[in-house]
Each structure stands twice: as structure tokens, then as C-alpha cells.
Design a protein around this ligand. Sequence first.
Ligand SMILES: Cc1ncc(COP(=O)(O)O)c(C=O)c1O
Length: 405
Amino acid sequence: MQNSPIRFASRMAQLPPYLFGTINQIKMQKRWEGLDVIDLGMGNPIDPTPEPVIEKLCDVVKDPKSHRYPVAAGFKNLRREIARSYEKDYGVHLDEDAEVIGTIGSKEGISHMSLALIGPGDTVIVPTPAFPIHIYASIIAGGNVIGIPLETSSESLLRRISDICESLYPRPKVLMLNYPHNPTSTVTEPELFREVVVLAKKYQFMVIHDFAYAKITFDGYTAPSFLQAPSAIDVGVEFGSFSKSYNMAGWRMGYCVGNRQMIQGLAKVKGYYDYGIFSAIQIAGIVALRHCDEDISRQVAIYQQRRDLLCRGLQRMGWPVAKPKGGMFVWVKIPEPYDRMGSMQFAVEMMKRANVAVAPGIGFGQEGEGYLRLALVENENRIRQALRQIKRALADIDPDAPQAK
Ligand SMILES: Cc1ncc(COP(=O)(O)O)c(C=O)c1O
């Protein structure tokens, strides 16, 4: 605009519109018009936070002491409980004072950790397609990102990492991992983490593992912690989240555990930017960690049933879909001939014609093109309804029509 003092920083030009922008706009408009939109778009849990956690929050919030600025790194009791949960779940011993820090959700933690580690001239390796912040935290921090295909085979992923380390100077500084993975729900085995640590030591890069879906696993599969790999703590950290395990997405609570220098860096940045998690939420979080294992199991059973229902329904429609072993999403290739439309246009058509919101694969990078991500965040009746509406809408779509292109 002419004659306006409003000018953004150059980094803003590197940020494409956020993934859900277009889809959310249509969704809001439809809801405003009173239409029922079935939302399989965002991984935003619909089920309630466990009752004891809510009760604790309500108690603590009455105490004016909880209204003050909290302890930025997290109360010692919260950090101790996080350390205990790592000992119990993964056999990993952590020093609660130096190797654990609370974050305002893992997304905040990853963003600020990236500011602590990455700057101009630094390179981060990210398997793609990727959850946007895994790429853009480094871009915002001024760094470069090299995307490598998230291979189903660990060997080829490791080979690609080695190849980049051998060919790039200066060498990559950070490797960003995420298992169970968003958006593809790919899971991994401890062996991959062991090999990653070997490479991290050989090529001197740090590792950030986003473990947001740590507990959301199916069919008897358990997700390994990065920190279970020998010496992992020498090279990296792991981010955890209360959002998915305890349906606490809106509460904004997560944590970072692992390498003490990296955690010190994060604490330093956070010291400037924020005051940590609201005290009452920290205390309620302790209750979640201490008393709510069974709530997680119940929630996982619900996700597993939704997954089975959704995958079965898609398969009956002839869509090629594999059941994920973890995470909250079904990642599915758009079948022919609709793939010609591109995932964004396909998602828009689903929204307009079927009243079903889905996430287009292109929102997770070019490698996601041709795919959709469906979040397991509607109940079974509404998933059935969504499948019926999608089927009906497909019959009306001409993938070669100009508006569908
Ligand atoms: C892989 C991954 N990491 C982090 C987050 C954000 O978690 P939090 O709510 O703890 O910030 C999400 C949310 O969808 C996610 O999918």
C-alpha cells in the first residue's frame, strides 16, 4: 500500500499462509450460515480433559498465589513428575533441575528452541512432508531447511542424512524428527534412534525429537523415546505434550527433556519471551501425569475404533489406505481421477460439497501433494456421516471441470 508506514520484516515473505487458512475460512462461513461441518481437518481433540485434572485446576485457581507470574521453567514438582514418568515409561533417568523444562505447549518449545540453536547460515534437516513448525521454526530463526523424504525404510532415511552431512559445508546443525509422525502417522523403532545418535556424534549435529503423540499408539505398538537410545542425551532433546494424551490442547502445556545445554538455551530464550505455564495448569498437569494413565488408555481405544471405522469406510470406497500404528491421523492418497485436482482443490471441494473439512497434503510440503490428512477427532457417528457425504460428493465432482482444477 502506498503512503503507509506498515512494512513487515523480510522473514514474513518466507512464510506461506498457514495450512488451514483457506479451509478454515470456508468452514467458518458454513458454520456461520448454520451448516453442520464435520471437521476432520485439524488435530484438535474433541474429548474432555480427565476429570481429576479439571478439578485440580478449579481448586488451585481459587488461590491468589496461582495468579502471580509462574516459575518460567516449570515448578520443581512438575519437572520431577515429568522425570518420574520418563523413568517409569522408558527407563530413562533425568535430572529434573537441568534436563527437564516446562513449555507452553510443545509448539512454543520447538519454536524457542530453534531460536536458541539456529541462525543465519545454519541448516536443519527435516523429513518431509512435515508439521509446518518443524520447518518454519528454523526459517523464522533465519536458518535454512533441507527437506528429505520421510522414507518408510530407516536405512534410506539414515543414508540420506549421511549423504547430506558428507556433502554440505558447513554441516547441518540440527536434525528434526517426529515419531509417531504428523501428518503421515509413520512410526519408528528404537534402532532408528540408535543409528541417529551414532550419526549425530559422527557429524556433530543436534537432534530435536517431537514426541507429541508418544502415547497415541495402536495394536500393541509402543512408541520408543529418543532418549532411550544410548548417549542420546549427549546430542539431543525430546518434546512432549499434554495436548493429545490428556486432551489438553487448549491448556497449552508441554515440556522438553534431554540435553542440559540445549535446555539451558531454551530456558534463556524463554526467560526473555515468556513467564512459563499458568501455575494452576502446572499443578493440574502434575495430576495428569500422576493419576491419568487409564484415561490415556481409554482415549487410545477410542482413537483406534475411529481409525478402524474410517479406514474401513475409505477402503470400501476403493481408496488405498493403510491403518496407522500411531498418531491421530489417517494419511491417504487421493485416488484417481480426483488426484488430478491437487490436494488443496480437492479439500476445498470436500468442504464445499460434502461439508467435511480435511487437511490437504500440500499444506505439509510438496511431498504431501496428492494426499489428505484426516484427523480422528469426530465421534464414530459423525465419521460414518462424513464417509457418506464424501461418497455422495465424489459422484458430483468432475475432476477435469475448470472449477475443480
Ligand atoms: C507433531 C506435533 N507437534 C506439536 C504439536 C503441537 O503440540 P502442542 O499443543 O503441545 O503445542 C502438534 C499439534 O498438532 C503436532 O502434531
